[in-house]
Write a protein that binds this ligand. Structure first.
Ligand SMILES: Cc1cc2nc3c(=O)[nH]c(=O)nc-3n(C[C@H](O)[C@H](O)[C@H](O)COP(=O)(O)OP(=O)(O)OC[C@H]3O[C@@H](n4cnc5c(N)ncnc54)[C@H](O)[C@@H]3O)c2cc1C
Length: 457
């Protein structure tokens, strides 16, 4: 009987866990190593000891077009913890309190979105038509002017498409910051076009927003670990890899752990952020052009604030704010199935592309969020604040600049048995859950092909 290949996966976020699950499905012997006490990486939950509720490090939204992520969650048995919007519905509040809904019509895609835009009351009629024409031109550019799109920023693209200041303010820029986590002047137009193609120009279901009704760790970390262990694999936490050891022929022999232990395997997947990968590679490999270009990538931060109030101030699961520092408000009482604390309301706020704010003290940020809440939701004025918690994720995602497009590597490396996964690996997508899982699956497929296994069914 032939021995099944042994694989070591470094990193226990969405990318590493999805690669591990995919390889377990194919019968490979998997050991996953995570440096922290818990799995989850940049998408995890914990219990806030002061109030007693579960808290996500930041609210995570998915979409119906997250094919790879949704298939991974189904495989690990987590699909029933997801809530799918039947029709994409996003309510946006403008300064002064005017509200307008972007709501997909009950029509086949992409007519469902065309009608949503034509009914979006924050836009004048001519702006709605111009937005639809602009979207169609963006898609045409994706096919016929790809390289110019890849070099362009979102704001430069908006100039080219003749989009009004108002259309940028109430539609394009909130969409860019939410999906790309970057200011439009810095964000890649090619990535925005891909988001638009997948989310809005496909099936009606693709544009539905999807969220978990439990904390992130319960959603995917606990079930992934159970799946891997049931399949005969191993998951080790507190297992920081400090180095990869190579043989003379350009292959990885083993990983060294901080505690001194070494683990050898036939194949390796690195599912850690690029900086962590450069630190564990031997210097000779890190200087190779394939790896050294990763030094051109950079991070973009996200700030998340949580407020617990003594009364409910909103019914909807979430709303978008236009023109305030705070961009999104999530109502955890409408999103989650239950909470432990007796606070009447748990609200979670997101500020993406927050580079200019990360040095501001947490107290100041909490006050800013509260002031934005009071300005946009008058019912919140006078509510008692029971607790505030601010989480700054300074390295939330790869900054999606036009320069990053060329610097992102494929999953196959010059080291014959080392493969790369992570949201920052080239998937053609912004650094999101879908990108992380796509990269995890791509790495698993490339590894299986290298190991001579048949393509996955
Ligand atoms: C606040 C916030 C909000 C977000 N919102 C959304 C959203 O709404 N929708 C969406 O799609 N995406 C969102 N994202 C992005 C999403 O969280 C990431 O794209 C995804 O979690 C990245 O997963 P990953 O596995 O690639 O990397 P990571 O989650 O970073 O996993 C890498 C893992 O490797 C481990 N590691 C590093 N070095 C070593 C080592 N030497 N040895 C062992 N282990 C190591 C790390 O501890 C970590 O657990 C958000 C991110 C943040 C921070």
């Amino acid at each position: 009987m032939t021995r099944r290949p042994r694989v070591v996966i470094i990193g226990g976020g969405f990318a590493g866990l999805s690669a591990a699950v995919a390889l377990c499905r194919r019968g490979l012997g998997v050991t996953l190593l995570e440096q922290k006490p818990e799995l989850g990486g940049r998408a995890y939950s914990f219990v806030d000891e002061q109030i007693g509720d579960t808290v996500d490090n930041g609210q995570h939204l998915m979409m119906g077009c997250y094919d790879q992520a949704l298939s991974f969650l189904k495989t690990i048995g987590a699909a029933d913890r997801l809530v799918f919007q039947e029709n994409m519905t996003v309510e946006m509040i403008a300064p002064g309190g005017a509200r307008a809904r972007l709501r997909a019509a009950r029509l086949p895609g992409p007519a469902h979105m065309a009608q949503a835009v034509m009914r979006y009351a924050h836009l004048k009629l001519a702006e709605r038509v111009s937005l639809l024409v602009g979207g169609a031109r963006m898609l045409a550019m994706q096919r016929f002017e790809r390289s110019s799109l890849e070099r362009s920023s979102v704001s430069a693209l908006m100039d080219r498409l003749g989009q009004s200041e108002n259309a940028r303010r109430v539609f394009w820029y909130p969409l860019t910051i939410a999906t790309l986590n970057e200011e439009p002047s810095q964000a890649s137009a090619a990535l925005l076009a891909e988001v638009l193609r997948r989310a809005f120009f496909g099936r009606r279901r693709n544009s539905a927003l999807v969220y978990a009704n439990v904390g992130l760790s319960e959603l995917y970390c606990v079930p992934s670990r159970a799946y891997i262990e049931r399949s005969g694999g191993a998951v080790m936490t507190h297992a920081a890899v400090t180095g990869l050891e190579l043989d003379g022929g350009g292959r990885v022999l083993k990983v060294r752990l901080r505690e001194g232990r070494e683990i050898s395997a036939d194949y390796f997947i690195s599912a850690v952020p690029w900086g962590a990968l450069l630190r564990i590679l031997p210097a000779t490999a890190a200087e190779d052009a394939f790896f050294s270009r990763l030094n051109r990538l950079s991070f973009s931060p996200i700030i998340c604030a949580h407020l617990w109030l003594d009364r409910q101030v909103i019914d909807a699961p979430f709303v978008g704010f236009i023109g305030t520092t705070t961009q999104w408000l999530f109502n955890k009482d409408a999103i989650w199935t239950g909470r432990a604390s007796r606070a009447a309301a748990h609200l979670s706020f997101v500020i993406s592309g927050a580079r200019s704010l990360t040095e501001r003290p947490n107290q100041e940020l909490a006050e800013q969020v509260l002031s934005d809440l009071n300005a946009m939701i008058p019912q919140a004025r006078g509510a008692g604040v029971l607790r505030t918690l601010v989480i700054k994720e300074k390295q939330a995602t790869m900054a999606p600049s036009p320069e990053s497009w060329a610097a992102r590597p494929q999953c196959v490396t010059p080291l014959g048995n080392l493969f790369l996964a992570g949201d920052w690996v080239q998937t053609g997508l912004p650094a999101t859950i879908e990108s992380a899982v796509t990269a995890g699956h791509n790495a698993a497929n490339a590894l299986a092909a290298r190991a001579g296994l048949k393509a996955a069914a």
